[in-house]
Write a protein that binds this ligand. Structure first.
Ligand SMILES: NC(=O)c1ccc[n+]([C@@H]2O[C@H](COP(=O)([O-])OP(=O)(O)OC[C@H]3O[C@@H](n4cnc5c(N)ncnc54)[C@H](OP(=O)(O)O)[C@@H]3O)[C@@H](O)[C@H]2O)c1
Length: 236
């Protein structure tokens, strides 16, 4: 049984990742911003007694990450997954995400939640990851983070915040290799969730099951993996 840490487990891909790992018999440490309102997560925990614990965490608030790290002192983590993140444009108003209307405050918020927060969180929980046997650090990013694949333009805040995270992932894959920690950036696909909208192509369950398979194939030999939920490599 592995211990899998997953952020944003109250809904969408994060909830399905938690379900998939619990169904495989693992223990899950989940996070969400509002534990009291995470009804689906609570039901999931009741279906798997003693194997799901839920902690509050906000990626734009360093004190909440410090409190989480304090609550988890001494707890080994085999697989770290930062799934939580923000998106603008599919199910939310995209009018401020186009050239000519870009908004600094909103853009900085996207950087905090999508690029800076996930790395600071990994930094805070690194002692736990080093204690674990799995030694895998995974970040859910997106295909639009790829500069090489950008043929469509637009999506400035989504793309740049994830591209910045990808650059940090690449650095971590180099810096942490000596510790035996494998690092990956995984695109979930275009998923029918609050972020992806109803016009998306796949369900959260399909995305999560694919991501779990990709993570099981991650080793120190293929660290710096950038792939989609089907395991297809994405150029940086
Ligand atoms: N759906 C897609 O097509 C798609 C495509 C590319 C990438 N992604 C990425 O895949 C991941 C999973 O998304 P999803 O599709 O499952 O979307 P979702 O259902 O909207 O879930 C997003 C999760 O991230 C959490 N979150 C957002 N900002 C946060 C912050 N600042 N601090 C802590 N938690 C935060 C949300 O919490 P609340 O419920 O409190 O808001 C929620 O738990 C996200 O990183 C998303 O950007 C999704």
């Amino acid at each position: 049984m592995s211990v899998v840490f997953i952020t944003g487990t109250n809904k969408g891909v994060g909830l399905e990742l938690a379900r998939a790992y619990l169904q495989q018999g693992h223990r899950v440490l989940g996070t969400c911003r509002d534990v009291a309102r995470a009804e689906a997560l609570r039901a999931l925990g009741e279906a798997h007694p003693g194997r799901l614990s839920v902690h509050p965490m906000e990626l734009t608030d360093e004190t909440s990450m410090t409190a989480l790290a304090a609550a988890l002192v001494g707890q080994p983590i085999d697989i770290f997954i930062n799934n939580a993140g923000a998106a603008i444009g599919y199910s939310t108003d995209a009018s401020r995400n186009v050239f000519g209307a870009l908004d600094a405050e909103l853009w900085m918020g996207m950087f905090k939640s999508n690029a800076i927060g996930p790395v600071l969180l990994a930094q805070q929980l690194y002692p736990n990851i080093l204690m674990g046997a799995g030694k895998k650090m995974v970040f859910i990013t997106s295909k639009p983070a790829s500069i090489a694949e950008n043929t469509g333009g637009a999506m400035y805040m989504n793309r740049t915040s994830r591209t910045a995270l990808n650059q940090a992932i690449k650095s971590m894959s180099i810096d942490l290799k000596a510790d035996g920690v494998a690092v990956a950036s995984i695109s979930p696909g275009w998923v029918k969730t609050d972020s992806g909208g109803t016009g998306a192509l796949i369900t959260a369950e399909t995305s999560a099951r694919g991501i779990v398979d990709v993570i099981s194939s991650l080793t120190i030999a293929n660290t710096a993996l950038f792939a989609d939920y089907k395991g297809e490599l994405i150029p940086w």
